[in-house]
Design a protein. Structure first.
Length: 302
């Protein structure tokens, strides 16, 4: 086994161990104390990790090229607080099923209900912003049938833990690999008038569409547009965001597909429009977006 594989295996082992320990602790700890603990650990992590600090600042410079380093540092500091809070709320949501509705308020849920009335399913587009890990669980708590497309982890045990965590929330996971199986399941749940959640701020390499994201090229998932074209499913932007000291699930008006003279142009333009809409959300809530992911493989001048 090479060094990279050993490091990866050790990293996954530590992650699985921390997940199990956190689930035990949260059962016996009040939410406000557990939240403080997670925020403290998050701030320590951001403070000592040179790698993730560098990655976060690189992303901040791309998104906010006109801001000063001091302004970027303030965003990153607030981001570390929100990250800890999101982790705390995720574990609390898993551990306390009887109190879940007390944690989140739904805003404009009528948008979702109207879209489901068409009986073609709903594609819920979201991003790594706010407590996105409980978005599907919140919908399931209110009686919706929810499915979540997830990138397949390299570690089988981690995949099992993620699947178990989602099912504990009442959400059915659909992993991206094998791709044919993922596509078949996605289309099936939409035709059954269920909700399919897709993260659109993942860099997906050659399987996606290269679009401009804050002035630089990235590969964005084409799934939301393709699935909508194939099934008639409505695309509804939805984000878990912290507002007025409360977790809020915000629903935005239906994203309307624009049709062009060929399929390639239709997929490209609508995917670009989805990413442009996401830019507006990130600019409004910069502290709540995750800055420690690689989203730009090819950088180009604005």
């Amino acid at each position: 086994m090479g060094k990279k594989k050993i490091k990866r295996a050790l990293r996954y082992f530590c992650a699985r161990l921390l997940l199990r320990v956190a689930l035990v602790i949260v059962y016996f700890t009040p939410l406000f104390l557990f939240r403080r603990l997670c925020i403290l650990l998050s701030r320590i992590f951001f403070g000592v990790s040179r790698y993730y600090q560098g990655l976060a600042f690189s992303n901040l410079r791309i998104v906010f090229p006109k801001r000063t380093d001091e302004e970027r540092k303030r965003i990153l500091l607030r981001s570390s607080v929100f990250s800890g809070m999101n982790v705390a709320h995720t574990f609390w949501f898993l551990a306390h099923s009887r109190k879940r509705r007390n944690l989140v308020v739904l805003k404009n849920p009528g948008i979702l209900d109207t879209a489901l009335n068409y009986q073609c399913g709903v594609i819920g587009i979201t991003a790594h912003i706010g407590a996105f890990t409980i978005l599907g669980g919140v919908l399931a708590e209110y009686g919706y049938k929810v499915n979540y497309i997830l990138r397949t982890p390299r570690d089988e045990k981690m995949k099992g833990l993620l699947e178990k965590g989602l099912r504990m929330q009442g959400v059915k996971p659909i992993f991206t690999k094998p791709m044919v199986d993922c596509v078949e399941k996605a289309i099936s749940v939409l035709r059954n008038n269920e909700i399919l959640i897709i993260l659109i701020d993942r860099e997906v390499g050659n399987s996606g569409v290269f679009v401009r994201f804050f002035g630089h090229y990235t590969s964005a998932p084409a799934g939301p547009v393709i699935f909508s074209l194939r099934t008639g499913a409505r695309i509804i932007p939805m984000f878990m965001l912290r507002e007025n000291q409360r977790e809020s699930l915000l629903f935005y008006p239906e994203f309307k597909i624009i049709y062009r003279d060929n399929l390639e142009k239709t997929i490209f333009e609508n995917t670009q429009n989805l990413i442009s809409f996401l830019e507006e959300i990130i600019e409004k809530y910069p502290e709540q977006w995750s800055w420690i992911d690689r989203r730009w493989r090819v950088a180009m001048d604005r």
